[in-house]
Design a protein around this ligand. Structure first.
Ligand code: PEP
Ligand code: MG
Length: 324
């Protein structure tokens, strides 16, 4: 199978009936780029910049960040690179940035919430990104956005830093896209409002499933509740994709679910635009996609959305697609 997949490295991600999708990679550092190229990645759907912060003894400087972002943008040679601003907090801890002790860190001070509170750190990151933007096709997204005012505040800070740099004569790319991760159920439900202001969504199913089911996936006693195919999750995802498309925006997914062979046929049926996953899963996903028909998958997606349980959906996909 590996040999068969390897042949797909330079091919498009296209269904049997000719609909094209984007299969991108999730990366943590510029070192991951070789794996992306070797496995035929069509872009970076998620660059987790928090590793820059976690692998360092102090806050990374603007210059250090600029070099990392430039390396990734240049390495991708004009293909889209979606950079997520720092997603610290929850389980991601920085020894040099002590966070308050919290009863519920996953419901606490993390990600965009820290960035908006500590806008000194956030502005440094945005300046590094703005300066690097001329080396490729940069999209920027904010993690854990729950409300529209949070997105607007982040966007305003972005434009402030952009204006400052431009006033100094720094070159900045036109057309940097600004989007949000959809990881908080509140944002998934309100996607039609967000879609009027953002350029794109990227659905972070790892967190979205956890928050929707109110279940920590790291807790063995309740791991049965981590249910990617639960129709409630599928309906949230559908709402996000449809809302994006209603306003001509782009809908991506960068959680583990995007590379899951059970979920992929349903997501193709829902018309998700981009599937971003670990580099080692990309060719397998492309291979599966080539066997699918979008009209059939749209019917499958409708059946899945109307199902009652996670297991029912899993069995449906296995019977109609995978074991066919
Ligand atoms: C997600 O939550 O799905 C996601 C991609 O973000 P992370 O796994 O880095 O929390
Ligand atoms: Mg997340």
């Amino acid at each position: 199978q590996k040999v068969e997949w390897a042949k797909l490295k330079d091919e498009k991600s296209v269904t049997a009936d000719g609909k094209e999708f984007v299969i991108g990679a999730n990366i943590g550092t510029p070192k991951d780029l070789d794996g992306v190229t070797d496995n035929g990645g069509e872009g970076i759907g998620l660059y987790r910049t928090e590793f820059l912060y976690m692998d360092s003894k102090e806050l990374p400087t603007e210059e250090e960040q600029f070099n990392a972002y430039k390396a990734v943008l240049e390495g991708m040679d004009g293909k889209t690179v979606t950079v997520r601003t720092m997603d610290i907090g929850g389980d991601k801890y920085l020894p040099y940035l002590p966070l308050p002790k919290e009863e519920n860190p996953f419901l606490g001070y993390r990600a965009i919430r820290i960035s908006l509170d500590r806008d000194d750190i956030f502005r440094t990151q945005l300046r590094a990104l703005l300066r690097a933007s001329v080396y490729g096709d940069l999209w920027i997204m904010f993690p854990m956005v729950a409300t529209l005012p949070e997105f607007r505040a982040a966007r305003d800070i972005f434009y402030e830093e952009k204006a400052k740099l431009q006033a100094q004569g720094t070159a900045i790319a036109d057309g940097i896209k600004l989007g949000i991760m959809i990881e908080v159920p509140a944002a998934a439900v309100l996607a039609d409002k967000f879609a009027q202001e953002v350029d794109f969504f990227s659905i972070g199913t790892n967190d979205l499933i956890g928050y929707s089911m109110a279940a920590d996936r790291g807790n063995d006693k309740i791991s049965y509740l981590y249910q990617p195919y639960n129709p409630s999750i599928l309906r949230l995802i559908k709402n996000v994709i449809d809302s994006a498309h209603k306003y001509g925006k782009f809908a991506a997914m960068c959680g583990e679910m995007a590379g899951d062979p059970i979920a992929l046929p349903i997501l193709v049926g829902m018309g998700l635009d981009e599937f971003s996953m670990s580099a080692t899963s990309m060719l397998q996903a492309r291979s599966l996609m080539k066997k699918l028909n979008t009209t059939e998958m749209a019917t499958l997606a409708d059946q899945a959305l109307d199902a009652e349980t996670n297991d029912e959906v899993k069995a449906l996909v296995e019977q109609t697609v995978l074991n066919k």
